[in-house]
Design a protein around this ligand. Structure first.
Ligand code: GLU
Length: 596
């Protein structure tokens, strides 16, 4: 795994006067209140942000369905969570249709140029330094978010794109209240944001960090949304907006005085015109009688969560001690990551054993590795899903490609029983750091999710760059059905930790008797075939830690992991919306008509 990126300032802050997008604060405003759990009728929305959740609720209240509300919420997140989402990025949309009882998905992943090949991140035959790729046009993939919204509305929505973008336009025009989390995320990016005048103008008002309690307005984004609403997404894939995106990524508009080198990208207008979302079958795992649906490759989310569940179905987790529960959760994650790193990439470029990774025979062959009294040694070699052999392995262990941690997950349900679980991203917090001038949004740096070179010499790497290829993701938007009806849905940001977070929420809810809100709030750990498990301080403080270490588990401080949201259907027809009580400054859950 590569070291976490740090952005090193190349020059002191520019002293030039910078036009502020922040309205002068007469008195510091308070951000709208956030509630981590809501229960009631008429539909539910959970996201990381109160304005975005309110946008979704407004659409539901006016008679829109879950898909309309999900797009409205996502568009609002593009305003209030611009470092984690927006039309400069991509995502994965999972939908339960109450009328048909079917789960469908849209893969709106960012895509490499048709002119990209496996040498995309090589210079003079050597891999580019990760930090140089992060803030560059080279890492910008063709954005898929606008196309995802349009396709979801066309297939299952009841409102036009223009209508569902309206709440977000209003938020962008009037501004949102800067809170501590937004200021912290800006500070993390300040050293590179200041080198791009368009980014600086938007996110460093007056040249400094946005003040907590001030309003950050984004009239450019409001205008961009209005243009998408009136002209349709062709404005992005075939029109002026697309031309602006291409110009920006091919000639990153860096301040010449900054001395920053931002490598140009390859994506051109023909790549934008050729972009298509993929509708594909969801992954499906039968776990203790629950039907768990998620996203298939190009994301590794559904196969990896599903494989871990298959392995864990060999233990009665409800009956285990809490030490054995954690131990088995960590071991199943370790094994599933060994397999994902070897086998999963964009299925249009190599054979990806999606069905085999999820097969009961493969799960059984991997479950037999788990011992109740000792810990497996990482890195663990992958198994062969094509020829499952009890406790067998298939070649050397394969390490993980580093994935940034940003992204936003939203979960929506409506009065008719439809459910959306949708994770959208611009890759790491702040994406490429490059704002499209005059358009009000950041471009993604999703192509850094490719392996720059094969992770393990001599072992085929399904995640090398290629023409029009999608980098492997960990995004895991999940919907759980029971007897064909929604039980709950969840998902999270967090790069590769998304998979372990979603797995832990599923186990907490299904096996360990936690409510959805408790399962989301519980202390997290993320084992991804490494010697040391990244764990939150709350996990490190668990009384079970000593017993887990006695079994051979090793832990390191992983900081805060993920920011999940969820919705759950109660037997009496009410919905629960659930979000984080603390992580990322707390999430926001709401229902249309609260019942308590
Ligand atoms: N690039 C990551 C992925 O697709 C998402 C980043 C994040 O979730 O924070 O898996």
């Amino acid at each position: 795994m590569r070291a976490l990126v740090r952005f090193v300032p190349t020059l002191a802050l520019s002293t030039a006067l910078i036009c502020s997008a922040v309205a002068p604060a007469r008195a510091a405003a308070a951000a709208p209140p956030k509630v981590p759990e809501a229960v009631g009728y008429g539909g539910a929305v959970a996201s990381v942000d109160a304005d975005a959740t309110a946008a979704g609720i407004e659409v539901l209240r006016r008679g829109g369905n879950a898909v309309d509300a999900a797009v409205a919420t996502a568009a609002a997140l593009g305003v209030t969570e611009p470092y984690s989402s927006g039309i400069g990025g991509g995502g994965y949309f999972v939908y339960y249709n109450a009328r048909t009882g079917r789960v469908s998905t849209i893969d709106g992943r960012e895509t490499a140029s048709r002119r990209a090949d496996s040498s995309l991140f090589l210079e003079n035959g050597k891999p580019l330094a990760f930090a140089d790729a992060v803030t560059s046009g080279l890492s910008v993939g063709v954005p898929g978010t606008a196309a995802t919204w349009q396709r979801a509305l066309d297939l299952w929505g009841s409102r036009s794109l223009g209508e569902v973008l309206r709440p977000a336009e209003k938020i962008a025009d009037r501004g949102f209240v800067v809170d501590q989390t937004f200021q912290d995320q800006t500070a993390l990016n300040q050293a590179r944001f200041k080198d791009f005048p368009a980014t600086r103008r938007l996110f460093l008002p007056g040249g400094g960090l946005p003040v907590i309690g001030s309003r950050l307005r984004n009239p450019d984004l409001a205008a961009t949304y209005r243009e998408l609403g009136s002209k349709g997404v062709d404005a992005l894939y075939q029109g002026d907006l697309g031309a602006d995106i291409v110009r920006t990524l091919q000639h990153p508009p860096v301040d010449p005085a900054s001395g920053r080198v931002a490598r140009p990208g390859k994506v051109d207008q023909s790549d934008l015109a050729a972009y298509r979302v993929h509708q594909q079958q969801p992954t499906h795992t039968d776990y203790r009688g629950y039907d768990v649906y998620s996203i298939a490759p190009s994301s590794s989310g559904g196969t990896t969560v599903g494989e871990a569940l298959g392995i864990l179905s060999h233990s009665d987790l409800a009956a285990q001690s809490s030490t054995q529960y954690y131990h088995r959760f960590l071991e199943a994650s370790r094994i599933a990551f060994a397999d994902r790193n070897r086998w999963v990439g964009d299925p249009r470029f190599s054979q990806v054993p999606t069905r085999q990774l999820l097969s009961p025979a493969f799960a059984a062959s991997r479950a037999c590795l788990i011992s109740p009294d000792h810990t497996l040694t990482s890195p663990l070699a992958p198994g062969d899903p094509y020829h499952p052999a009890a406790c067998g392995s298939s070649g050397p262990a394969v390490t993980e490609t580093y994935e940034g941690q940003s992204t936003s997950h939203l979960t929506v349900a409506d009065r008719w029983g439809n459910v959306v679980s949708y994770t959208l991203t611009i890759e790491q917090t702040g994406g490429s750091g490059i704002t499209v001038p005059g358009r009000g949004f950041l471009l993604n740096n999703e192509l850094t999710d490719f392996s720059f070179v094969p992770n393990t010499p001599g072992v085929p790497d399904p995640n090398l760059p290629g023409p029009s290829k999608r980098p492997r993701s960990s995004i895991s938007p999940t919907i759980v059905l029971h007897d064909g009806k929604p039980f709950f849905a969840t998902g999270s940001p967090g790069g590769a930790t998304i998979i372990t977070t979603v797995l832990q929420v599923l186990l907490g809810r299904i096996d360990r008797g936690l409510s959805l809100e408790q399962a989301i709030a519980a202390p997290r750990a993320s084992q991804r075939n490494a010697t040391t498990t990244a764990a939150e301080p709350g996990f490190l403080a668990l009384p079970e830690r000593a017993a887990l270490e006695a079994l051979g588990q090793r832990f390191g401080d992983g900081g805060e992991i993920g920011a999940a949201t969820g919705v759950e259907r109660l037997p009496d027809g009410r919905w629960i919306a659930a979000a984080e009580p603390v992580r990322r400054g707390g999430g926001s859950a709401a229902v249309v008509r609260p019942s308590r």
